[in-house]
Ligand binder design. Structure first.
Ligand SMILES: Nc1nc2c(ncn2[C@@H]2O[C@H](COP(=O)(O)OP(=O)(O)O)[C@@H](O)[C@H]2O)c(=O)[nH]1
Ligand SMILES: [Mg+2]
Length: 473
């Protein structure tokens, strides 16, 4: 790790290297998820940067362990799970802090990073005996797409096919699925299975999913999750080579048929990928943050919004199931006791719109959050920006002072001041999603003079830290 980027226990703290040992007083596993491009990599990078620079500057006023002066320093440590790829903080921060700064490269799959946080205990009994404590935080980044697979565990291949077929009756899925659908119409599913047909059918289905994900359609509810986000080295593995069907052949069908093989692979996928993820990873998480780029859905339109809402609510099911029913039965309960739902990139709106953005996310999740199965899990919603790329500014229009934001749009080289649109409190009616109503633009990361002296500029990351970790100190 590059020296500039891997600030150890900060220089303004006592050198802790010699007193530091690898036994921790407490450990917490913090999982970060969200659909692709929701901002997971940037969030973790900024969070680590904020903590490594926790003793310098005043960038975390709401994170009490810092504001109360009890933080003694933070240090990256070797991660505990050797079989999980490392979260490449060094690479990401080098890009974000480069000159010019750039956004970190896109990542796929799961990764992990461990931090040790040293702090002064405020427990009156410990104050004089052993006042310095260490909290070990394991941060795990994993694709939200994988959580969309949990419902499959309760669905037979036929039931799942029926759901997908009915979703494909509506636009934009209807048009986008035409090539895959035409291919299926021309094959006899009761004929003998062969690799070429299976591969072609799954390829066309995967292409369809990728198309749905394109920015102009912005669809989120895409199953199976591993088809667009395979992780590991699963690309091209037979367990990813099947697809849902529009017509189910009548039984009895030959055991060596295309249909029987597709069904077998679907069951194998559930058994070996879906269950494995929940058993090996999900069940060990203590705290969870779910990131969602709600503003992206505003830009794209009603269909994209509805799809994102349904996908997010499906993601929530993983946590609800955790306490009762299916999950308990299969994996023996869930440890997660706090979940934060955060809409990211809050720097794309003017500061006066933050409360609306937060309320809107709450409304989006309302039905799931109110569900009694959330019992025992504290949930919270928040609008945040892991890296704040814009400044609040004002402009006058027809003699009126209007608040706007100023930043460098991703496709330009000079800052512009703009008013990106108001965030509504309620979901606009389908006909109200007129083109151009929302223009939440992407920005370049900020160029910072003192990037290694303090945490990256952010919006409410300290609130997120306080909710997720505050009670652990
Ligand atoms: N303005 C702004 N853009 C962000 C922020 N976080 C992420 N982004 C944008 O979203 C893109 C995707 O972020 P990334 O962390 O790679 O998403 P991931 O796929 O969930 O890991 C980045 O390349 C940025 O363009 C943020 O806090 N502010
Ligand atoms: Mg990523």
């Amino acid at each position: 790790m590059n020296d500039k980027t891997s600030s150890h226990f900060s220089s303004s703290s006592k050198p802790l290297g010699e007193t530091f040992n690898r036994t921790f007083d407490r450990q917490v596993k913090l999982a970060v998820t969200g659909l692709s491009r929701s901002g997971k990599t940037v969030f973790i990078t900024s969070l680590v940067h904020q903590l490594l620079h926790g003793l310098e500057g005043t960038h975390l006023p709401f994170f009490q362990i810092v504001s109360s002066g009890r933080l003694r320093g933070t240090k990256p440590m070797p991660q505990p799970d050797m079989h999980i790829p490392s979260f490449r903080y060094d690479r990401a921060i080098e890009q974000l802090c480069g000159d010019p700064p750039t956004w970190p490269q896109q990542t796929n799959g799961i990764s992990e990073i461990r931090l040790a946080i040293r702090y002064l205990s405020n427990n009156p009994l410990l104050k004089h005996i052993s006042p310095i404590k260490t909290l070990c935080v394991d941060i795990v980044d994993y694709p939200g797409e994988w959580l969309l697979d949990l419902p499959l565990l309760e669905l037979s291949y036929e039931e799942w096919s029926e759901q997908i077929a009915s979703a494909c009756e509506k636009e934009p899925r209807l048009s986008l699925s035409s090539e895959w659908r035409a291919f299926l119409e021309n094959i006899d599913l009761t004929s003998e299975a062969n690799e070429a047909t299976l591969r072609r059918a799954s390829q066309l289905y995967t292409d369809f999913l990728h198309c749905c994900k394109e920015p102009q359609y912005g669809l989120s509810l895409l199953q199976p999750g591993r088809f667009t986000m395979p992780g590991d080295d699963l690309k091209g593995a037979p367990l990813l080579e099947f697809c849902p069907l529009f017509e189910i052949p009548e039984s009895p069908y030959p055991e060596n048929s295309l249909y029987a093989e597709m069904k077998k692979r679907y069951d194998y996928y559930k058994e070996h990928l879906v269950k494995k993820f929940y058993k090996e990873h999900f069940s060990s998480f203590d705290r969870q943050i779910v990131l969602a780029d709600v503003l992206k859905a505003f830009n794209t339109g009603y269909a994209s919004f509805v799809d994102m809402r349904d996908a997010l609510n499906m993601v929530l099911k993983s946590f609800q199931y955790g306490k009762t029913g299916l999950f308990n039965k299969l994996f023996g309960g869930l440890k997660i006791d706090k979940i934060l739902f955060a809409t990211t990139k809050a720097d794309h709106v003017t500061p006066n719109q933050l409360p609306n953005l937060e309320r809107f996310l709450q409304n989006m999740l309302a039905s799931s959050q109110n569900n009694a199965t959330f019992e025992g899990v504290r949930t919270e919603t928040l609008a945040l920006a892991a890296v704040k790329c814009t400044q609040a500014a004002y402009t006058t229009f027809q003699g009126q002072k209007i608040s706007c934001i100023k930043g460098v749009p991703i496709k330009l080289d000079k800052p512009v001041a703009l008013f990106p649109g108001e965030v509504p409190l309620e979901v606009p009616m389908p006909e109200e999603w007129v083109e151009g109503r929302f223009q939440f633009m992407e920005f370049k990361p900020p160029r910072l003079a003192n990037v290694h002296g303090s945490g990256l500029p952010h919006i409410r990351l300290d609130h997120a830290l306080e909710f997720l970790l505050g009670d652990k100190f």
